[in-house]
Design a protein around this ligand. Structure first.
Ligand SMILES: C[S@@+](CC[C@H](N)C(=O)[O-])C[C@H]1O[C@@H](n2cnc3c(N)ncnc32)[C@H](O)[C@@H]1O
Length: 379
């Protein structure tokens, strides 16, 4: 039994079943025994591979997206670049290299990294040494002013709650002990959170599951508020659905394979699909505008990933060229990350459509939430 499993069992014995959210928060985020404080969850040797670890093109294009968006904002000085959940720091290292080609950005950009895992923060400090970056535990630690915010595969790692439709109404799924392990149980009565199930889904058949992430919603609201007040834009890339829907997506992964969700807490990765509709609603309620989501394929193609692959390939050895093409395929093919993964933008309420979102659905804040940005360019 993992050390965290022992600790969770004692907690349940003392206080009763944990919500799925409490279990997932401990499994991923416990500062001592949580999964993200393990040494090496990423890459071929780890449990999963993220887009920046697949190809340098991903981070490079996002770096250039930041530069273009910054110019659209009226180039406020200094350019402030923020990444939430930077993992190994690969995306930012690739983005900064690409930004060396942007004369008014390079050398003056202020980099801020928001990371909750002490061990990943150490890893990022090594990778981004010499960049002058500063680290924060939460968004609240950022200095005020317009910002370009990037979050790749962050929201899928934020804990979710699960509501289950039963004969008694919408109850909440919790985690109880079961011999040496854990099992799911349901709360006996209706959950107060049932009000969050969209009206069109409330009459769902028995057994239906509705998932939502309170910390994801709260973070989207904080990002929206920051951008509405100070100006700027956020780029969120993750896997999930454009509209709220029913379905169970909580999963655990170990060594690139599915793993039983309640086995070995703290030792396996846990994620759930992102509900972009709920994130968008939260950001707009805070006074921001949202664009998308659009598929990762459409977004990366609009940013020129095919041309970048050709340029890199022209100077590469045959084995490197094959790797560049494989990376392009994994990032953009529908059968890989091309359509399940989506890009979503949050901006201040007067912003132009950011690059890659020109054809995307734009949604404005409700009139009561709209504010004038303090220091942002585009109208
Ligand atoms: C799946 S990894 C993605 C890493 C990286 N963005 C990438 O694409 O390779 C999730 C990252 O988010 C961090 N993280 C998890 N919860 C967080 C939170 N509430 N605030 C900031 N970072 C968080 C993790 O420690 C990790 O660095």
């Amino acid at each position: 039994m993992s050390p965290l499993a022992r600790r969770l069992k004692r907690l349940i014995a003392g206080f009763g079943p944990l919500t799925v959210e409490q279990y997932m928060a401990a499994a991923l985020g416990d500062p001592e025994l949580g999964y993200y404080n393990r040494n090496e969850p990423f890459g071929r040797q780890g449990d999963f591979v993220t887009a920046p670890e697949i190809s340098q093109m991903f981070g490079e294009l996002i770096g250039l997206w930041c530069a273009v968006t910054w110019r659209q904002m009226g180039a406020p000085k200094p350019p402030r670049l923020v990444e939430i959940g930077p993992g190994r720091g690969t995306l930012m290292a690739d983005a900064l290299r690409a930004l060396q080609t942007v004369s008014d950005f390079k050398g003056v950009v202020k980099l801020h990294l928001i990371e909750t895992s002490p061990s990943l923060e150490r890893r990022q400090r090594e990778r981004l040494e010499g960049t002058g970056a500063t680290w924060h535990r939460t968004l609240a630690g950022l200095p005020s002013g317009p910002a370009l915010i990037v979050a790749n595969e962050l929201f899928d790692a934020l804990p979710i709650r699960q509501l289950v439709r039963t004969r008694r109404g919408w109850t909440e799924r919790c985690v109880d002990t079961d011999g040496d392990g854990f099992r799911f149980v349901l709360t006996p009565g209706d959950s107060a959170a049932a009000a969050l199930v969209p009206a069109r889904l409330r009459d769902a058949p028995e057994g239906s599951v509705f998932e939502f992430s309170p910390s994801g919603i709260s973070l989207a609201h904080q990002i929206g508020q920051l951008l509405a007040v100070s100006g700027g834009a956020a780029l969120v890339i993750d896997y999930g659905h454009a509209e709220s829907r029913l379905g169970e997506t909580l999963q655990a992964v170990s060594r690139h394979r599915p793993h039983p969700v309640l086995e070995a807490p703290g030792e396996v990765d846990m994620t759930a699909h992102v509900d972009f509709a709920l994130l968008g609603q939260a950001a707009r309620e805070a006074g921001a505008r949202t664009y998308g989501p659009v598929s990762q394929r459409a977004f990366l193609k609009a940013l020129g990933i095919e041309a970048r692959a050709r340029t890199l390939g022209a100077a590469a050895r045959p084995d490197e060229k094959a790797e560049i093409e494989a990376g392009l395929g994994r990032l953009t093919h529908d059968s890989e990350m091309g359509s399940l993964f989506k890009a979503f933008a949050i901006t201040h309420a007067g912003a132009w459509a950011p690059a890659g979102f020109e054809q995307a659905r734009r949604e404005d804040p409700p009139a009561r939430a709209a504010r004038a940005p303090g220091n942002a360019g585009a109208a």
